[in-house]
Ligand binder design. Structure first.
Ligand code: SAM
Length: 481
């Protein structure tokens, strides 16, 4: 399952590089959403030009970077624990420098240098191009901070080094920041205002990935449907653009089409969609292009109109149902997944029942479910008391998870007996004799390896399932190879 926050990846390090002319070692650990993992590859690419090879051995590192997440309190606690560990290593190796990157760096800024004494460098998500200067400052014995958020930084001109890649699937960042101002969410404060990347540089990256043998890309952003290119600049400043800029602007549906046409055999996915911004033309574009996968991650967060309003989600339950109905009408076999938050301030049992009944209506294929975690500085933290007891949050979350498991199984059962195209990504975690891949709906499919190899598109007959996995056998190559 493709997760926005994939628990199995948390804290993973970038694989080593061995460029001979580079003499220093960079150890970089990443937490949080896919955007952070993608950013770490941009950072590695920038620092490779400054003489750094990546390493997975903490003890041999000259520079240790931790790319952080602030989305929930637990994510920040994990990073603080890691910093304690780095501190212990630093005692043995005092020349080792430690830097904090990403959302927590942006949220806490120079407080990090004061509170976490072992930190030498604090770098926000829009300041990675300044790393060469910041590293030099640190080398000269000064602490370094750059947490300036940018109006136009998209790193469109930095080719990320794909270090932890399976060589088959890759993420391509298309927007940065978020303008949604959901009251629970820290992202607009840590990643700044929304801006879109030049479509030309996106297409070039996709073409380059295809040349290198990749078969699937996921276009990445906090709110991809809001993508709007009009020559650069913040989304909120589009109003001020010239007539020619407006006339030649590229929205998300157009971008999807451009990418799909640029590489007709490459699978295209995207994440995340926000219901209020997902328009019919996006769904129609998906239906028109065989290589755009039939899967939409469509977080709703709650099924209660009252809570949706308090979260500033800018759509109602009824409008969400209308969107779901349209998706099912235009792409009948489209998979849909959710993000849900249990125990938002003031949530009553009735609100919670509304969430469960919304889930019954949609019967999501997958879901990513969380207990509400108050984040300092957000509108909810300023205006609403975190008044739902922990045990109530946990119980509601458990009910949501259980219902999702039931629906997951209902959805996977619909695949049994069908022949589906699967892109092979690697060996199954449970068995070396089996491949693991995904169908267009993003469901994991496991089957015996036979003569096939990673990167092949194969047709698989689905024989069995669990609530999250399909099990089958190959019936030949697909015509997409
Ligand atoms: N931009 C996407 C959206 O608007 O839905 C995803 C944002 S976030 C990186 C991923 C998920 O984390 C959210 O969809 C939400 O369910 C969850 N999340 C965000 N803030 C949270 C909070 N304060 N407490 C619990 N979960 C939270």
């Amino acid at each position: 399952m493709e997760k926005i926050i994939d628990e199995t990846l948390q804290g993973s390090t970038l694989a080593p590089t061995e460029k001979e002319s580079n003499s220093r070692k960079l150890y970089i650990e990443s937490y949080g959403c896919q955007m952070n993992f993608s950013d770490s590859e941009i950072v590695a690419s920038i620092l490779a030009k400054e003489g750094f090879n990546t390493t997975q051995e903490l003890t041999e590192a000259d520079l240790v970077l931790v790319n952080t997440c602030s989305i929930r309190e637990k994510a920040e606690q994990t990073v603080r624990k890691r910093l304690e560990k780095f501190n212990a290593v630093k005692k043995v190796n005092p020349s080792m420098k430690v830097g904090v990157l990403g959302c927590m760096a942006e949220r806490l800024k120079s407080k990090f240098l004061e509170e976490e004494k072992i930190v030498d460098m604090v770098v926000g998500p829009d300041a990675y191009k300044d790393l060469p200067n910041l590293v030099q400052e640190v080398d000269e014995g000064r602490n370094a901070v750059n947490v300036i958020l940018s109006k136009d930084e998209t790193y469109g001109d930095v080719a990320p080094v794909r270090l932890n890649s399976n060589g088959v699937t890759a993420f391509v960042s298309i927007t940065r920041g978020c303008d949604n101002m959901c009251t629970f969410c820290v992202v607009p404060f840590t990643r700044g205002r929304e801006r879109s990347r030049d479509p030309q540089s996106i297409i070039e990256e996709v073409n380059d990935l295809w040349e290198k043998g990749f078969k699937e890309v996921t276009l990445l952003g906090q709110n991809v449907d809001s993508y709007l290119w009009y020559g650069g600049g913040l989304k909120k400043d589009f109003e001020k653009a010239s007539d020619i800029q407006k006339a030649t602007s590229v929205n998300f549906a157009k971008l999807l089409e451009l990418v799909a046409l640029a590489q007709p055999k490459m699978r295209i996915r995207f994440s995340t969609s926000n219901p209020q911004d997902m328009t019919l033309d996006v769904i129609e574009t998906m239906a028109q292009h065989k290589n755009i996968c039939k899967y939409i991650h469509l977080p709703v967060q709650s099924g209660s109109n009252r809570i949706l309003k308090a979260m500033n989600r800018l759509h109602t339950r009824e409008e969400y149902f209308e969107l779901i109905d349209n998706i099912r009408k235009i792409i009948p076999d489209c998979a849909i997944s959710q993000d849900m938050i249990a125990g938002f301030p003031t949530e009553t049992e009735e609100d919670h029942q509304d969430t469960l009944s919304l889930m019954e209506y949609v019967k999501y294929d997958f879901g990513f479910m969380f207990a509400y975690s108050e984040r300092p500085g957000t509108l909810a933290a300023r205006k609403l008391k975190d008044d739902i007891p922990e045990e109530t949050k946990k119980r509601r979350l458990q009910e949501i998870i259980q219902l999702q498991q039931k629906h997951g199984l209902y959805r996977t059962q619909q695949h049994i007996g069908k022949i589906e195209e699967v892109l092979i990504e690697g060996s199954s975690k449970k068995s070396d004799a089996h491949w693991m891949g995904r169908n267009t709906q993003n469901t994991v499919v496991v089957f015996p390896k036979e003569k096939y190899k990673v990167g092949d598109f194969v047709n698989v007959k689905i024989n069995e399932c669990t609530s999250a996995t399909l099990i089958g056998e190959t019936v030949g190559q697909s015509d997409n190879n």
